[in-house]
Write a protein that binds this ligand. Structure first.
Ligand code: BOM
Length: 141
């Protein structure tokens, strides 16, 4: 599933540049989206949450309340090679994280918490791709 996740990340990450201005996420914090998965990258900046919302909206992955759109996320992940082996697991992981931070009213702050939770919980299920795996598939998207 790290292999599948490398495709999802490569594709999703292409939307970062379109979202940089409106999210205010500086290149000093995160230069390329695939570095999200680096062990030493801390998922803490509010601007990263704003960027993830903006990027997700490019692919209709969120509902109006900035929570995950389960059906669209499932279909999005399934659209990648072997995506069906990851789609349900990913939706479950993200939803479980959303529930933990549901009381947060600032959408950007909440989404960066959900993303950090997803990164931690994903480790237990072998989801995190190596940056080199993502780079290997970048050219496909
Ligand atoms: O409640 C908000 C839901 C936000 C969903 C996105 C969380 C994970 C984003 C961080 C990692 C992304 C890597 C690939 C794209 C997955 C959709």
């Amino acid at each position: 599933t790290a292999e599948v996740m490398s495709h999802v990340t490569a594709h999703f990450g292409k939307a970062l540049e379109e979202c940089r201005e409106e999210s205010g996420l500086s290149a000093e914090v995160l230069e390329e989206f695939q570095h999200f998965w680096r062990e030493d990258f801390e998922v803490v900046h509010r601007e990263l949450g704003c960027a993830i919302i903006c990027m997700s909206n490019k692919f209709s992955l969120l509902q109006d309340d900035s929570r995950m759109h389960h059906v669209n996320m499932h279909d999005y992940v399934k659209s990648f090679p072997n995506g069906h082996v990851l789609s349900e697991k990913l939706v479950g992981l993200i939803h479980n994280c959303e529930k933990q931070f549901d009381s947060m009213t600032d959408d950007c702050e909440r989404v960066v918490k959900v993303a950090a939770c997803f990164k931690v919980d994903g480790k237990a299920t072998g989801i995190p791709p190596k940056v080199a795996m993502i780079e290997a598939v970048m050219e496909k998207y």
